[in-house]
Write a new protein. Structure first.
Lengths: 79, 214
């Protein structure tokens, strides 16, 4: 899967979890940039990403992901 | 002679640290937010906390490395879990990663559907401050200066910080008095007026206290 495809599919997961169909994600985005990205939403987001891409993150992989760009890169390594 | 020794927490302390987190969260009530928010029995919460603490993940309240322990006669009797909150590795994200990894998916779904009101009392940790997040002294050792002993040692290890912060349920007057004696003062009080909050948390009001070291 190309990075653009991962980005688009990831954006769909974000839109579903944050219930916002116009949400546009960028590589530099963090939890500080998206309203309602709190602890619970973060857990739901990770769970949704895992289901959507049919992958399972290791705990240490989760803690390496500091922004959306890290998420995209990590997902690509697992596909 | 001071009968208490202050040291780093180690794996043999995990059950004590789990008790400390649970009692700190309950804040003198019978309401454990991790049980109510995630719809899990306390026994299961305890097992999950134990597993998370045994992971080698630093920087949140489920990190053994965050804790100093007061020991007497070889037994842990008090602890403070603390760290300096960094913007590039927020403790809430580290904690969420651990919880999301260990909690059953049904608990996440339950929390998203039923427990939203609990988030109304969330207060972010203060960036670059040394945050005392879990404080627990066994009942028979309270009033003996253990909070100061543990807090002083955390401070000695974080000499560069300019501010301390601590959060407490606003009805925990004994704890608030202890923190005030140490130099903390109330900086912010957050109130939730939705009565459903008491289905999830011990009280409807939470205080953020700070102490400047400048």
């Amino acid at each position: 899967m190309e990075e653009k495809d991962v980005h688009d599919k990831l954006e769909t997961s974000f839109r579903k979890v944050f219930n916002n169909n116009s949400l546009a994600i960028e590589r530099s985005m963090t939890a500080n940039d998206i309203e309602k990205w709190d602890s619970l939403t973060h857990m739901l987001l990770i769970s949704e990403i895992e289901d959507s891409f049919e992958i399972r993150f290791k705990l240490k992989e989760l803690n390496k992901m500091k922004n959306v760009g890290d998420m995209i890169d990590m997902i690509i390594t697992k596909l | 002679m001071n009968p208490y020794k202050i040291r780093d927490a180690r794996t043999g302390d995990v059950d004590f640290i789990v008790t400390a987190i649970i009692e700190a969260e309950k804040s003198g009530s019978n309401t454990l937010s991790y049980s109510t928010v995630f719809n899990l029995p306390e026994t299961e919460v305890r097992d999950i906390m134990r597993s998370m603490l045994l992971e080698e993940i630093d920087g949140c309240e489920f990190s053994l490395s965050s804790y100093l322990v007061a020991e007497t006669d070889g037994n842990p009797v008090g602890t403070i879990g603390a760290w300096v909150e960094k913007s590039d590795a927020p403790s809430k994200t580290i904690k969420s990663n651990l919880l999301g990894y260990y909690l059953p998916k049904s608990s996440l779904v339950y929390a998203s559907r039923e427990s939203g009101v609990a988030s109304e009392l969330i207060i972010e940790n203060v960036k670059d401050a040394l945050s005392f997040v879990i404080v627990y002294i066994a009942p028979e050792h309270r009033g003996k200066g253990l909070f100061s002993l543990l807090a002083d040692e955390h401070l000695r290890r974080n000499k560069d910080v300019e501010e301390l912060s601590i959060q407490v349920m606003a009805n925990n007057h004994f704890a608030i008095q202890s923190y005030e004696r140490y130099g903390f003062s109330k900086f912010l009080v957050k109130t939730c007026n939705n009565p459903d909050i008491l289905n999830f948390l011990p009280y409807h009001e939470k205080a953020l206290m700070k102490k400047s070291l400048k």
